[in-house]
Ligand binder design. Structure first.
Ligand SMILES: Cc1ncc(COP(=O)(O)O)c(C=O)c1O
Length: 495
């Protein structure tokens, strides 16, 4: 027999209930959590090696039979984890599109968790559903879509791209009279192709793979030296594929590529999509935030011609993970996804009820829209635009500093917040050594990538508190390290 009903156990205090007693317990725990962050490293990361870190973490019992005092548990967690984490708010943390977060968003995370609305059905998130819909309508309007547009929050750019390409695939099948949700891919799907630039994010290929089209269905079209899709190469690819009997089901433009921040010519791509009668998806995970800034928005001309757009709030909108959106020009296209269920997504709801599960690849889902709305209302568009413009200006400053430094060479002028460079005469191994040595010493978390086969290092500026003096220092740190690496004896002992 199970144990008896227990109405006095101490776990009763640990349930988050929205009454004063429980909220006081939560406030104390939140204060202790904030306290536990105070010892975070004054560097982009600690200098503990990967193997030492594993030992430190593995020494901890995940679930002891008897729990401990929360303050002690949090303090241990701080010593073990926060002290050895990466610090996105450190100005030397410049590897990835990994932002520091904003106070209103982080504070709202607590309310998101405490209230635990679930976005799949209205009866689990009545006001939250309306907030998400309101945010999506605002975002659709910002993109320049008409009144039939809407969207859904997802866990990230990868998920938003998967959702957009899922819709593209279903729409293509529907045009051939096939309900792909019901009967799977038709035989002709082996001829379906998705075109994007060779700088598009790998999640496009992964989506094609997951959707049963295979990575080979994605045709990477050459990009210009600045990293944006080459329209002549696109026309050649379309021509070649159609003559070979393939069917182009989607064209994808990237607004802000991961490395160079390049923005594809969206109106040109849209015109081709219209001519082909295919889906046009824009991956604006990176540069979607430019819509907020009067001085940057013109760079996104043509985005309003898309069928679907990916926007990542957890990049240049400084939201904690997870926060992304897939916005569609026509809300009814979400019907291509819908699998009704008797307990959740029913056809006999009260008037006005929307169950967002019908638009999403998830079922249970967080109310991430809340932190975005609280952030937008707290900072306002002008402050967010200034922060963005500052980061774009920093990337331009870094490009100039790299240009002025004879040991470094810029790969392309920045269009967004990244600056990508290599070093004439330095091998890919030298660049790897620079990045890894700085990482392991905890001095600089630097990006390392390849652009069209060319090894390169990368600054990605996400922290608006960074100054031009910081950027100059980062360039110096890299050049000093490069000098140190080149002075090392070669592995075979010949230098
Ligand atoms: C252009 C682009 N699209 C999509 C993604 C994937 O975003 P996420 O990491 O949020 O899944 C990234 C990630 O950096 C990206 O740069």
């Amino acid at each position: 027999m199970l144990g008896s009903v227990n109405e006095s156990a101490n776990w009763r205090d640990l349930i988050v209930a929205l009454d004063d007693r429980h909220l006081d317990t939560l406030a104390n725990a939140a204060a202790a959590t904030i306290e536990s962050l105070r010892g975070s490293p004054d560097a982009p990361r600690s200098d503990v090696s990967p193997t030492a870190l594993r030992e430190l973490v593995r020494a901890v019992t995940i679930c002891p039979d008897e729990g401990g005092d929360p303050t002690t548990v949090l303090a241990e967690f701080a010593t073990m984890v926060w002290r050895h984490g990466v610090v996105p708010s450190d100005v030397a943390c410049v590897a990835h599109l990994h932002p520091p977060t904003l106070v209103p968003a982080v504070a709202t995370e607590l309310a998101i968790a405490a209230t635990n609305q679930s976005m799949d059905s209205w009866d689990q998130s009545p006001a939250a559903t309306e907030v998400e819909l309101h945010l999506m309508a605002w975002l659709a309007d910002l993109i320049g879509f008409g009144p039939t547009a809407s969207g859904v929050m997802t866990s990230g750019g990868t998920a938003s791209n998967l959702l957009g390409i899922t819709l593209a695939r279903s729409a293509a099948a529907m045009r051939s009279g096939v309900d792909v949700l019901q009967s799977g891919l038709p035989a002709e799907a082996s001829t379906w192709r998705i075109l994007c630039s060779d700088q598009a994010h790998f999640s496009i290929q992964r989506a094609a793979a997951q959707l049963g089209l295979g990575r080979d269905a994605v045709v990477a079209v050459a990009s210009t030296p600045s990293g944006s899709l080459d329209v002549t190469a696109l026309d050649e690819a379309i021509d070649r594929l159609t003559r070979a009997g393939s069917r182009v089901i989607a064209l994808i433009a990237t607004a802000g590529t991961t490395d160079l921040g390049a923005i594809d010519p969206m109106d040109e791509v849209a015109a081709r999509a219209r001519r082909l009668g295919c889906w046009f998806h824009v991956d604006a995970a990176v540069a979607g935030a430019f819509l907020l800034a009067d001085r940057l928005r013109a760079r996104l001309a043509g985005i309003e011609l898309a069928d679907s757009v990916t926007i990542d709030f957890h990049k240049l909108w400084w939201q904690p993970f997870n926060a992304s959106a897939l916005v569609v020009r026509d809300t009814s296209t979400f019907d291509l996804l819908r699998v009704p269920s008797d307990y959740l997504d029913r056809d006999d709801e009260l008037e006005g009820v929307v169950n967002l599960v019908g638009r999403s690849l998830d079922t249970s889902r967080r109310f991430d829209a809340a932190k975005v709305v609280v952030t937008l209302r707290t900072l306002g568009r002008h402050a967010l635009a200034e922060m963005l413009e500052h980061l774009v200006a920093l990337a331009t400053h870094a490009a100039q500093a790299v240009d002025d430094e004879p040991t470094l060479s810029l790969l392309a002028p920045p269009t967004a917040v990244m600056c990508v460079f290599d070093a004439p005469g330095a091998s890919a191994d030298d660049l790897r050594a620079v990045q890894q040595r700085l990482l392991v010493r905890g001095e600089l978390v630097l990006g390392r990538t390849r652009i069209k086969g060319r090894a390169a290092l990368k600054f990605t500026f996400m922290n608006p508190l960074t100054t031009t003096a910081d950027v100059d220092r980062l360039v110096r740190v890299v050049t000093d390290e490069l000098r140190a690496v080149r002075a090392l004896p070669a592995v075979d002992g010949t230098a």
